[in-house]
Design a protein around this ligand. Structure first.
Ligand code: COA
Length: 239
């Protein structure tokens, strides 16, 4: 499902593909990561460790040596040199998506269960034009939770944005456009665009982050959104 929204040069791995138990994943955690998450409740330690087991498997599939992924400032995962990636975990799903840094500048993936946002959350996270679009889409196609799709698109945007800017991006700081390309029987997929509404300066030496592009899908009880930012010289590669 995550692969459906990513190009072929991004490797996505879910924990069920890794072949480890939760206890194995915890035992395999690098001591720095184990230290960073040691005080958390067990379920949080397990999701942290499981996502990192997915990341190690993704490094292997990329032909790179497995290296630890520790937690950096504001929760950002810190990738080994030459790699970019993103982690996500939700009920029943833990995953990593990684790529070589010469092909991809930044990645953001967010997965959530396909259900309505809690009461009041849409208006708290959406710009007025986004709420209006979501409500109209829910009217036309109520089997797809467009509010949840918008939410994952915003969180994926933040995950791709932060490593390149090291700055906060609030829910009102990017305007999301969802373009459905297929909607059928409660499943759906499409493209997404995040228009950044605050200072778009990046600190990685690359171009400003004015527009972030990606894809989203509703499938198998989940909603997934992914942003794939290419380095300037390969910007012509479709995400
Ligand atoms: C950080 C955030 C996006 C995580 O999303 P989530 O749905 O709560 O949780 P997920 O399981 O999908 O993702 C968690 C992973 O996000 C990653 N993450 C956390 N902070 C991050 C940051 N600053 N930059 C990049 N990735 C980050 C981490 O890898 C984390 O997993 P880990 O703690 O095991 O390493 C969310 O908690 C948040 O703070 N959102 C507010 C900011 C936002 O979304 N703005 C909208 C802009 S339009």
């Amino acid at each position: 499902m995550i692969r459906d929204v990513l190009p072929d040069d991004v490797v996505a791995v879910t924990f069920d593909e890794v072949g480890l138990s939760d206890a194995d994943a915890l035992a395999a955690l690098h001591p720095v990561g184990a230290d960073q998450i040691g005080g958390a409740v067990e379920s949080r330690r397990i999701e942290f460790a499981a996502a990192r087991a997915c990341a190690r498997e993704a490094m292997h599939r990329l032909g790179l040596p497995a290296a630890p992924v520790v937690r950096g400032g504001r929760g950002m995962p810190v990738w080994p040199a030459g790699v970019v990636g993103t982690l996500t975990h939700t009920d029943g799903l833990r995953a990593a998506a990684l790529a070589r840094a010469d092909a991809v500048r930044s990645l953001g993936v967010d997965v959530e269960p396909h259900g309505p946002l809690p009461e009041g959350v849409l208006d708290a996270v959406a710009l007025p034009e986004e709420s209006a679009w979501v409500r109209a889409a829910l009217g036309e196609e109520p089997d797809v939770r467009w509010d949840r799709v918008l939410f994952t698109a915003k969180e994926a945007t933040y995950k791709a944005w932060f490593p390149l800017t090291r700055r906060w991006l609030g829910f009102a700081d990017a305007r999301i456009t969802l373009v459905p390309t297929r909607v059928a029987g409660g499943a759906a997929e499409g493209e997404l665009r995040s228009r950044i509404l605050i200072d778009p300066h990046a600190v990685d030496g690359g171009p400003d982050l004015l527009d972030l592009r990606g894809r989203w899908a509703v499938r198998d009880g989940y909603v997934v959104s992914a942003i794939v930012l290419r380095p300037a010289r390969v910007d012509s590669v479709e995400p």
